[in-house]
Design a protein around this ligand. Structure first.
Ligand SMILES: Nc1ncnc2c1ncn2[C@@H]1O[C@H](COP(=O)(O)OP(=O)(O)OP(=O)(O)O)[C@@H](O)[C@H]1O
Ligand SMILES: [Mg+2]
Length: 328
């Protein structure tokens, strides 16, 4: 469904030299700085796949999604979505995909959402019956029926995001590019949007490429993730494999009773178990490979007084942060 080959986008930005004379100099001799927001990115995504697109701020995620949507042109490389070349901006392609930018509003601010939807119906020439059926389904799934006639500017952030999603889906696109659709939402709305996306993907087999800085989104929705860093693809594969990349580490957190919080024995743990972290409040965190968890916990419990102990997976955020830090 999506085929991307060595997609590259270089931004050329005018570099200002500080100070007055720098400004004067800049009038005659401009210096430019080139940033490769995307560099030789290649991947293919099959129909119906729900792929997470990860990377730190400035990695090139939005740039890539914009190239796939035909909003900006690649410097080199090619993209094909359902056989279309996005740079040609054909009408048939516009009907096939939707781009949702969580950071941007696409709805008319001073109109109730329903009016924006009616405008979109006219723009995409959606037949009345199909429009009604689609709108009904989306409004019910997202539980916003009673908000349809409220001015968009008066909606809560979560309600507005739901309306944005409806607007993007009215023409029944086959491919969805979702750029941080849950940004800034409270946990309840985040969960609602997630659940909606999962149901929608399954029900209609739409192909989805999703970026989010919330790992809960990625964990719940995507089996496969593509990770980019400084414009380059550094991982493409199963989310599970990425999570296990650090040797299936687990975190053992022990809480020492106040009396022994400053005692000596944790120092021996430090030397014995390697990766350890100690907080002032007596909280002691060890990171050990999954297969050693039981043995290490037993040893800790038998070594000294422990007020509490918990065993957790190392959060995906940490695994990914480590992946970035090992990249130059
Ligand atoms: N129009 C532009 N002109 C110049 N540089 C740009 C432009 N758009 C993006 N960039 C640069 O390209 C790089 C990638 O930006 P991009 O918005 O794709 O990152 P991102 O992965 O979406 O990050 P975030 O998680 O913060 O949204 C950044 O260094 C950014 O400053
Ligand atoms: Mg972005």
């Amino acid at each position: 469904m999506i085929e991307v080959s060595q997609l590259t986008r270089v931004f050329r930005t005018y570099k200002k030299v500080p100070g007055f004379w720098g400004g004067v100099k800049g009038l005659f001799h401009r210096t430019f700085e080139e940033t490769a927001a995307a560099k030789d990115i290649s991947f293919t995504i099959g129909e119906g796949e729900f792929v997470g697109f990860l990377g730190p701020n400035g990695a090139g995620k939005t740039t890539t999604l914009k190239m796939l949507s035909g909003l900006i042109y690649p410097t080199s490389g090619t993209a094909r979505v359902a056989g279309f070349d996005p740079t040609k901006r054909e009408n048939a392609y516009r009907r096939l995909f939707a781009l949702v930018l969580g950071q941007k509003n696409q709805l008319w601010w001073d109109l109730p959402a329903i009016e924006s939807f009616n405008l979109l119906r006219a723009i995409y020439a959606i037949p009345e019956a199909q429009f009604k059926a689609t709108l009904d389904e989306l409004v019910d799934l997202l539980t916003v029926r009673e908000k349809l006639n409220v001015m968009v500017r008066e909606l809560s952030l979560g309600e507005r995001m739901k309306m944005e999603l409806i607007a993007a889906l009215l023409h029944r696109p086959r491919v969805l590019f979702l750029d941080e659709p849950t940004i800034g939402l409270d946990v309840v709305s985040q969960r609602a949007v997630r659940q909606f996306l999962r149901d929608y993907n399954r029900r209609h087999r739409v192909t989805i490429l999703l970026t989010s800085h919330y790992m809960a989104d990625i964990k719940e929705l995507c089996e496969r993730v593509i990770v980019i860093h400084k414009g380059r693809k550094i991982y493409d594969g199963a989310l599970g494999r990425l999570e296990n990349a650090g040797g299936a580490k687990k975190k053992i957190i022990t809480f020492l009773p106040a009396a022994s919080a400053s005692g000596a024995f944790p120092e021996t743990w430090q030397s014995r178990f390697g990766e350890t972290k100690r907080a002032d409040d007596g909280k002691f965190t060890l990171r050990v490979p999954g297969e050693n968890v039981v043995a290490v916990s037993q040893e800790i419990l038998s070594t000294g007084p422990v007020a509490d102990i918990t065993i957790e997976d190392v959060p995906l955020e940490d695994v990914i942060a480590e992946l970035f830090s090992t990249q130059a």
